[in-house]
Write a protein that binds this ligand. Structure first.
Ligand code: PRP
Ligand code: URA
Length: 217
């Protein structure tokens, strides 16, 4: 298969791992029940977080082992914030928190208008010191990229400069949109799917992530 041009962009990260592939196969399956869907979204988010946090700054600390004092390195407590795009982004928060339990969580409310497919904003609450943190924006689906692009623009208006976007399923259209609108943002995805359908749903995708996470359909 022809390699798509965004693989050359250093800000684009396709997180590949056999466990992610395995979990994705079950996540996509129409027969997977809500409880298992929720668990898998959390687990994939956790695996992606491992990759997305590789460049977090460390600070030296002195630790007393049973034998002597040792210089060790820890992630600064004020380093990270997690920002789910409501609703479906909520399904990834616990996975990130498992690895970074002290991260503060902000929320951005956006939904796609079903007719126009354009994102409609309805909520934004970020940690007070957001501008001092690396914010990891999470949303399982990157389709046209409109929702994530708008969410990142809202965050930038608050003075935040270190932003990463973590999605599970992505379409080439959404990837191109994020890399074009926000060339400073690192984008992490677990899979790059084929294309969008006429309703801007990802193919093959997994359907409506929010509905599958919350059992609303
Ligand atoms: C979904 C998804 C993304 C958005 C992706 O949310 O969780 O936020 O669509 O589409 P885009 O890349 O074309 O903007 P949706 O609008 O269905 O809202 P929900 O999370 O409340 O279900
Ligand atoms: N939002 C979803 O939940 N699924 C898609 O395929 C596209 C947008």
């Amino acid at each position: 298969m022809e390699k798509l041009e965004f693989y050359e962009n250093p800000k684009f990260h396709h997180v590949r791992h056999p466990l992610i592939e395995h979990k994705l196969a079950i996540l996509r399956d129409i027969h997977t029940p809500t409880k298992q869907f929720v668990e898998l979204a959390e687990e994939i988010a956790m695996l992606e977080t491992y990759e997305a946090t590789k460049d977090l700054p460390l600070e030296a600390v002195t630790v007393e082992t049973p034998l002597e004092k040792a210089t060790c390195y820890m992630v600064s407590g004020r380093a990270v914030g997690i920002v789910p795009i409501l609703r479906a982004g909520l399904g990834m928060v616990s996975g990130v928190q498992k690895l970074i339990p002290n991260a503060k969580v902000g929320h951005i409310g956006l939904y796609r208008d079903h007719e126009t497919h354009q994102p409609i904003e309805y909520y934004c609450k970020l940690p007070e010191d957001a501008e001092n943190r690396t914010l990891i924006v999470v949303d399982p689906m990157l389709a046209t990229g409109g929702s994530a692009s708008d969410a990142i623009a809202m965050i930038k208006k608050r003075g935040v400069t270190k932003i990463k976007l973590c999605c599970i399923v992505s379409a080439p259209e959404g990837i191109r949109r994020i890399l074009a609108d926000h060339p400073d943002v690192d984008l992490y995805v677990a899979t790059v799917d084929r294309c969008l359908n006429e309703n801007c749903y990802i193919l093959p995708g997994l359907g409506d992530a929010g509905d599958r996470l919350f059992g609303t359909k």
